[in-house]
Design a protein around this ligand. Structure first.
Ligand SMILES: Nc1ncnc2c1ncn2[C@@H]1O[C@H](COP(=O)(O)OP(=O)(O)O)[C@@H](O)[C@H]1O
Ligand SMILES: [Mg+2]
Length: 230
């Protein structure tokens, strides 16, 4: 059995008088695909953001374990967390948050260039990832010239290109029809758990969640159930 890559304990977070997280313990294994489900407002996004070091919890700890050892994410300052997110994590959101003025390959290469890679090499890597996600021939199109599913694959390529060991996705198929959603999920799983990496995603969609190896259900800021898929 593989080891944990994310270990969270006792996570709480309030926004004013709203208790978004009310004591969550959650550990995620390397190579696992975990779906976080629950009604709107149940705390899914807040949990994802705490695990990924985007939001700091009021209480509790998040650890990230890699070959280099264990990093206490919740103990890091803003700059160190930002660096960890850039280097070790990848992100896919509902609307891919791609830059419309840039082409597909430029959007992907940007993630590498932010980590200091020269443009030519970054674009070469970017083309490789786009091809792996079935977008060969579309590298030089702007985002507006792609379908929703194609744009979401560009977002997946961008999340993977830096070699992220954990990919966090918040409603990655939320804006897609069910056939496209199935294609995007396949691409997302192939490029993460298919390569020994870890996927943590938030979804409303039971079909999307059912493709993941484990599902946790949230209600009122707590994990209230857990299922393991076949
Ligand atoms: N930045 C914020 N400011 C104020 N309230 C927030 C903020 N983020 C989340 N909340 C509140 O916290 C609760 C959980 O939100 P969220 O984690 O986004 O839930 P979900 O993703 O399950 O819909 C909700 O009541 C939401 O309104
Ligand atoms: Mg949300």
């Amino acid at each position: 059995m593989s080891s944990f890559v994310i270990e969270a304990a006792g996570l709480s977070r309030s926004f004013g008088s709203t208790r978004a997280l009310a004591g969550v313990d959650l550990s995620v294994r390397t190579g696992e695909s975990l779906a976080i489900m629950g009604a709107s407002g149940s705390g899914k996004t807040t949990l994802l953001h705490c695990l990924a070091g985007i939001t700091r919890p009021d209480a509790g700890t998040v650890g990230f374990v890699s070959g280099a050892g264990r990093v206490e994410v919740t103990g890091l300052g803003e700059r160190e967390r930002s660096r960890l997110r850039r280097e070790a994590f990848g992100f896919v959101f509902q609307q891919g948050l791609l830059i419309p003025e840039l082409t597909a390959v430029e959007n992907v290469a940007l993630a590498l260039m932010l980590n200091g890679m020269p443009r030519a090499r970054a674009e070469e890597h970017g083309r490789g990832w786009l091809a792996a996600l079935g977008l060969a021939g579309m590298e030089d199109r702007r985002i507006g010239q792609l379908s929703g599913g194609q744009a979401q694959r560009v977002a997946i390529a961008r999340a993977q290109v830096t070699g992220a060991s954990v990919v966090f996705a918040d409603e990655p198929t939320g804006a897609l029809d069910s056939a496209t959603s199935a294609d995007v999920m396949r691409a997302l799983l192939d490029s993460t758990t298919g390569q020994g990496r870890t996927l943590i995603l938030v979804t409303h969609d039971a079909e999307v969640a059912g493709r993941c190896s484990r599902i946790v259900d949230m209600r009122d800021g707590r994990i209230v159930g857990e299922r393991v898929s076949a």
